[in-house]
Ligand binder design. Structure first.
Ligand SMILES: Cc1cc2nc3c(=O)[nH]c(=O)nc-3n(C[C@H](O)[C@H](O)[C@H](O)COP(=O)(O)OP(=O)(O)OC[C@H]3O[C@@H](n4cnc5c(N)ncnc54)[C@H](O)[C@@H]3O)c2cc1C
Length: 547
């Protein structure tokens, strides 16, 4: 309790800081145990304590209150094309790199690391997203770029010693001279982001390399050491590796026009850029640009879902923590039956979301050894990205409301989470595009997709509404006008996949999730569900121990 000039300050919740983001999150502990075992539990707890510290929260605040600045020219008019970040941003990057968030799913040769690496990294990424998401953009893209670089083993072999390092090196120097590096991507142009075939940027062969001229309308993390970009080569749309420096050590002709003034994601810079005969190496065959870069995009989509799940978890934890300390009408908010219903329904949503994203990452872990898991990964990545990322903004709004007015002010983290939440649904394939991608998987890999639906049917046998939902998915996505109902079908597919993932961890909560989300016994908003007192008690106890 502290004294202000006219009164004592009391009945405010203490800061939700200096907590172990892993151990205090039993749904996460359970989801990791079910998919990757318990061997890494103490390492994850150490990561959770570090990222749950007040010091890391402060870095997140500072990195967002001091957004990056573009220094286009120096005082004498020479081009600099340099973006300056607050020191806290660099510290966040260093901590994430040190933990291998940008590379731990890859072995030294750039192949899959195996041994549950996807799930273990996802658990860390999920916790880091609760603290600061902006810096995770280059972290995500760097990790994902390896998927596309695999098409060129010679180039990948040269890059891996630097990409595989856990050092963060923010110096502005050629990648080959650095201790660590990051990679961004440039696809979106003014006339089209989804429709990349409309790209106008041109690539001309120049004897062993290409010269690229054109623009990109969104190119995030412009201080990356290289970018994978799409451009029209003589043989069609092609993917290129474009470093910040040319091999002779000159700064490459990558000219930043300005930085976007964004709703959220403010610690991260997103540039508009012009290339003027910029040096680049071809990645994959001419005309195979989309097929090449999609290997990167599927990994960034996975991370969008993990990060949105992390944001929701953070919203739940802050809401529940506050409600346990704040009294209204002589009772803690967390003991008011109506607030308990809201919090418990939120806890159920996050428990299912956490199980779902970790199960998806498990499929990524198993994809190279199991055709069925590869099909699961292919079909469910867009469905999970669609449902999780689109759930997050509404969920965070509800979390904010649990804190009342305190939730709405910028000193708290929830306002920042709320402004951040929509971007994961918009970039890397917006909502409709994800639904179309599920349709594409169903039509092009029909047998494999049917196999996944059958597995989901078994995994959810007996859960209310699951069989009906899967029949709807199978029938509507096969129909001639499947696009018309694609959102409804993809949402049902994601809900069934979430129920299946939860069923492997906690059958009671899976049944509750299915009853309320699949069998239709629930209103429109969080908390509009008929949960018993005992169900609420159990959900909230698992969500967060009393701190
Ligand atoms: C903060 C931020 C950072 C970004 N960083 C990068 C980056 O680093 N690199 C990069 O390349 N891009 C980046 N982007 C761009 C982003 O990926 C695109 O904005 C996104 O892919 C959508 O493309 P668009 O903006 O051209 O919208 P459009 O393609 O015009 O889409 C508009 C809407 O139409 C829908 N739609 C599209 N096609 C169909 C269809 N056939 N049927 C029904 N609906 C459809 C979409 O779902 C969307 O809702 C960034 C965007 C943001 C906001």
């Amino acid at each position: 309790m502290t004294h202000a000039a006219t009164h004592e300050v009391f009945n405010q919740s203490p800061a939700f800081e200096d907590v172990d983001l892993f151990t205090c999150d039993q749904p996460l502990v359970g989801a990791v145990k079910a998919t990757a075992g318990q061997a890494a539990a103490s390492e994850l707890a150490a990561f959770g304590r570090h990222w749950g510290s007040a010091a890391m929260a402060e870095r997140g605040r500072l990195a967002n209150e001091n957004p990056p600045k573009l220094r286009t020219f120096d005082a004498k008019g020479f081009r600099r094309d340099h973006v300056e970040f607050h020191p806290s941003y660099h510290e966040l990057m260093a901590h994430s790199a040190h933990a291998g968030l940008h590379n731990s799913t890859w072995a030294a040769n750039g192949g899959p690391a195996g041994q549950g690496a996807e799930v273990l990294r996802a658990a860390r990424f999920f916790m880091a997203a609760q603290v600061e998401t902006g810096h995770l953009c280059p972290i995500t893209m760097t990790r994902a770029a390896v998927g596309a670089l695999a098409v060129d083993p010679e180039l990948l072999g040269r890059l891996m010693p630097v990409l595989g390092s856990r050092a963060y090196d923010p110096s502005f120097a050629p990648w080959s001279a650095k201790r660590g590096m990051t990679i961004g991507m440039g696809m979106t142009e003014k006339q089209g982001g989804t429709d990349v075939r409309a790209n106008m940027t041109r690539a001309e062969g120049a004897g062993g390399h290409y010269r690229i001229t054109g623009h990109k309308w969104f190119m995030s993390a412009p201080m990356c050491d290289a970018f994978l970009v799409l451009a029209q080569a003589p043989g069609g749309l092609t993917c290129f590796f474009m470093p910040r420096f040319t091999p002779d050590g000159q700064v490459n002709a990558i000219h930043f026009q300005r930085l976007k003034d964004k709703l959220g994601n403010r610690s991260n810079a997103s540039s508009e850029v012009e290339f003027t005969e910029a040096y680049a190496l071809r990645l994959g065959a001419e005309g195979r640009g989309i097929a090449t870069i999609i290997q990167m995009v599927s990994l960034t989509r996975q991370d969008c879902a993990i990060a949105s799940a992390g944001l929701m978890r953070s919203g739940l934890a802050h809401a529940l923590h506050h409600a346990r300390h704040r009294s209204v009408f002589q009772k803690h908010l967390a003991d008011q039956p109506l607030m308990r219903s809201v919090l418990a329904d939120m806890a159920l949503q996050v428990e299912a979301t956490t199980a779902l994203v970790m199960r998806l990452c498990h499929a990524f872990d198993l994809a190279s050894s199991s055709a069925l898991e590869a099909a699961r990964m292919r079909l469910l990545t867009p469905a999970v990205k669609y449902w999780v990322c689109k759930s997050a903004p509404g969920f965070l709004y509800e979390a904010m409301e649990c804190l009342g007015g305190n939730g709405y002010v910028e000193e708290g983290i929830l306002a920042r989470h709320y402004r951040e939440a929509p971007v994961n649904a918009i970039w890397e394939g917006s909502g409709n595009v994800m639904c179309l991608d599920v349709l594409r998987a169903l039509s092009r890999e029909h047998e494999a997709a049917r196999g996944v639906i059958e597995v989901l049917r078994n995994e959810t046998a007996g859960l209310p509404g699951a069989a009906e939902a899967l029949s709807f998915v199978a029938n509507s996505l096969r129909s001639a006008d499947s696009e018309r109902v694609a959102r409804m079908a993809v949402e049902k597919l994601a809900l069934v996949a979430a129920a299946a993932a939860l069923n492997a961890i906690d059958a009671d909560h899976a049944a509750l999730f299915a009853t309320t989300r699949l069998a239709g016994d629930r209103g429109e908003f969080l908390g509009a569900a008929d949960l018993t007192s005992e169900q609420c008690r159990r959900l909230l106890a698992r969500a967060l121990p009393e701190i």
